[in-house]
Ligand binder design. Structure first.
Ligand code: 8X3
Length: 251
């Protein structure tokens, strides 16, 4: 029987590329995102390959999350794979100049949103004694870089939550994978710099960044290992990157 994967933040970037990679593997999809028009587009593009359901909600809003999942029929609650991908950076400033609205957005989305979604799905996995949770963290969660402060803190929380899940879900036979990409070219920097496309483009100048497809291929590999194998933690860099702060650009 085909598997079912639920992906948050599926309308763009790593989430959308993962949906495409899973569709190629014949994995049925429940795609979640805030933008209904974009969800319809991805649904239309992939529904010739697999069954694609969509749920529009904002992970930051706990009652929206719960309401959205309540609409899922019983036969779609057998989720084999949860990809907690939704998340963003807002701002890149010294902490003393940070905007508390940006802090709220990052902590509410990257940390609390991941928890709200997982809180609904973990019991479904536990009752079936199987499932795989893939949390999309960041190199920012493993090392703090200047001006990254609260974004890095939110991703450090994802790292801790991945570990916590792996420990607490161990008795229930559920796999947990933490994926920490470095520089991936998506809408990430455009959102971080609030639509300033010159600043966003400059982030990827002078080197070849990872693409969302590079990360999606890794996720596809992770979820297709044999039943007894868990890839617990993966860090992915483009060739030019060596750490959160070391990135070689062509002169
Ligand atoms: C995205 C990677 O290095 O911009 O999480 O924080 S980085």
């Amino acid at each position: 029987m085909s598997k079912i994967a639920l992906i948050t933040g599926a309308t763009s970037g790593i989430g959308k590329a993962t949906a495409e990679a899973f569709a190629d593997l014949g994995i049925n999809l429940i795609l979640c995102g805030r933008r209904l028009d974009r969800l319809y587009e991805v649904q239309e593009a992939l529904s010739n390959k697999v069954e694609v359901n969509i749920l529009a909600f904002d992970v930051r809003n706990r009652s929206e999350v719960e309401k959205a999942f309540n609409t899922l029929p019983e036969e779609l609650r057998v989720i084999d794979i949860l990809v907690n991908n939704a998340g963003n950076a807002h701002g890149l400033n010294p902490i003393q100049d940070g905007n508390p609205d940006d802090w709220d957005a990052m902590i509410d989305g990257n940390v609390k949103g991941l928890l709200y979604v997982s809180k609904v799905i973990m019991p479904w996995m536990i009752s079936r004694r199987k499932g795989h949770i893939v949390n999309i963290s960041s190199i920012a969660g493993k090392a703090t870089y200047p001006n990254g402060n609260v974004y890095c803190a939110s991703k450090a929380a994802v790292e801790a939550i991945s570990e916590g899940m792996r420990l607490d879900l161990n008795p229930h036979g559920i796999k947990v994978t933490n994926i920490a990409p470095g520089a991936v070219e998506t809408e990430f920097s455009l959102i971080r710099f609030k639509g300033d496309d010159k600043r966003a483009e400059a982030v990827y100048n002078g080197f070849v960044p990872l693409t969302p497809q590079d990360v999606a291929e890794t996720i596809a590999f992770v979820v297709t290992r044999p039943a007894h194998v868990v890839l617990a933690d993966i860090t992915l860099f483009p060739l030019a990157q060596a750490s959160a702060t070391v990135l070689r650009r062509d002169a």
